[in-house]
Design a protein around this ligand. Structure first.
Ligand code: PLP
Length: 369
């Protein structure tokens, strides 16, 4: 039976197959190793042919998280990681070797260009940054590249790339199109339906939804997922049982959380656009982030310091509304010049809108500063 988003999300992680004494939710398998009655019986698990043997090779809770994300993204397979950056790292190392080239979106989450420039470049993987909204510029950078990594909704300007157009050029060039779908969530965008070859998530954000875990996921075709799983296993990048368990629990309310957060975000964007303290507002449909510019670092600091309900928390994706300062957090790895070129000034703040009552949120925001 083909299930719809709300059902898929609510049933995330329910153990299969069910028996008469099955617990309703998957237990937390907080173990690093499995026991076997004989050497013989351990061999299939040790050969990676099913079952569990050692935590670094994967455990039931991380597999449940991977299955939940794969189901929501409509992917053949998935693997869960210790963080979003672990997913970026693993799939890049699965695809690229020394001498290869990777193309990434120039306004990607700051941690992404940081790992490409500071680590992958050192390993001989050349990194080219492109304006991902200029399809012709991307097409020109693709020949010979092993991967193109873009975000379905960018941070913090909330711009959308044309995934369908990029996927055509990637196919022509033989380049894998990888999409970081953290901001959109699978409810807002399913990149595989637009021709992507793989999807990454920081499950730390909306999938988890409660600011109490770090995890990530990579989903896509089985062959690429298995190559990525190999890197994850060798390097020890799997999601921990507790974090994976919490992420699955978060996913079960994803649909209702996102609908409410999107509704609140659209209303706050409208009110901020009419607010004389604010010069520019960035928002997009079906997205729980709203960025806005209050003109200067001092004005941003005054606003942050005088909020009482909304907390200053340099992350995003929780049920409570949080605020972050892009220049000093998500984009701190970039130089002033690079941030300036992207339009991320010292007065830019980013709201991650939660599920609270909209009038309480607006009371807090409208009085701050
Ligand atoms: C869009 C995006 N991708 C990836 C990451 C990295 O995720 P993590 O912090 O779980 O490693 C972040 C973190 O903020 C992010 O915003």
């Amino acid at each position: 039976m083909k299930l719809r988003d709300a059902t898929l999300a609510a049933h995330a992680g329910i153990p299969e197959p069910r028996s008469e004494i099955a617990p309703h939710t998957q237990p937390l398998y907080q173990t690093s190793v499995y026991d076997f009655p004989s050497i013989d019986s351990s061999l299939p698990a040790l050969a990676g042919k099913g079952g569990y043997v050692y935590g670094r090779n994967g455990l039931p809770n991380s597999d449940a998280l991977a299955r939940a994300v794969a189901a929501l993204e409509g992917a053949e397979a998935g693997v869960a990681t210790s963080s979003g950056m672990a997913a970026v790292t693993a799939v890049t190392l699965a695809l690229c070797s020394a001498g290869d080239r990777a193309v990434i979106q120039s306004d990607a989450y700051g941690g992404t260009p940081a790992v490409f420039r500071r680590d992958f470049e050192r390993l001989g993987i050349e990194t080219v940054c492109v304006d991902a909204y200029d399809v012709q510029a991307v097409a020109a950078a693709l020949p010979g590249a092993k991967l193109l990594l873009v975000e379905s909704i960018s941070n913090p300007l909330l711009r959308r790339v044309d995934l369908a157009a990029l996927s055509v050029h990637c196919r022509d060039a033989g380049t894998a199109l990888l999409v970081d779908n953290t901001f959109a969530t699978p409810l807002g965008c399913r990149p595989l339906e637009h021709g992507a070859d793989g999807v990454l998530h920081s499950a730390t954000k909306f999938l988890g939804g409660h600011h109490d875990l770090l995890a990530g996921a990579f989903v896509g075709p089985r062959a690429l997922v298995e190559a990525t799983r190999g890197v994850i296993t060798r390097m020890g990048l799997h999601a921990s049982p507790m974090n994976a368990w919490l992420a699955v629990r978060g996913i079960r309310t994803l649909e209702v959380r996102m609908r409410r957060a999107w509704e609140n975000a659209a209303e706050l964007a409208k009110r901020l656009a009419a607010d004389p303290r604010v010069s520019t507002v960035y928002s997009t449909e079906n997205c729980a982030l709203v960025s806005f510019d209050v003109g200067s670092y001092d004005a941003a600091e005054r606003m942050v310091a005088s909020l009482s309900l909304i907390t200053f928390s340099p992350s995003l994706g929780g049920v409570t509304t949080t605020l972050s300062h892009c220049a000093t957090s998500s984009h701190r790895a970039l130089s002033d010049k690079e941030r300036g070129a992207l339009g991320i000034g010292p007065g830019m703040l980013r709201l991650s809108v939660g599920v609270e009552n909209i009038e309480d949120l607006w009371n807090d925001l409208s009085r701050a500063g």
